[in-house]
Design a binder for this molecule. Structure first.
Ligand SMILES: [Zn+2]
Length: 85
């Protein structure tokens, strides 16, 4: 059996996120699991989809307040907050 290298998985994940807006929550769940399994940090990529309903963000409401970036999911209204560096 051919073993897929970690760098190959990383490449696959990054390619997946290029077209994130066309992905379904089911596909996002799968890629998240894949990344977790191999301890691959999604970092900035995590901000491209809602962690509650796993829908890709599509023109979400974004506000910046006190160096905190607030993203409101346009699907389930879940609010994500990220500290700006
Ligand atoms: Zn959502």
């Amino acid at each position: 059996m051919k073993k897929i290298s970690k760098s190959q998985i990383q490449k696959d994940i990054h390619e997946f996120f290029i077209n994130i807006k066309e992905k379904t929550p089911k596909e996002i769940k799968k890629i998240k699991r894949l990344a977790m399994k191999d301890n691959i940090a999604l970092k900035e990529l995590r901000k491209t989809f809602c962690k509650k309903c796993l829908n890709p963000y599509n023109n979400p409401k974004i506000r910046i307040k006190n160096k905190i970036k607030i993203i409101v999911c346009n699907n389930c209204n879940y609010i994500s907050r990220y500290k700006l560096k």
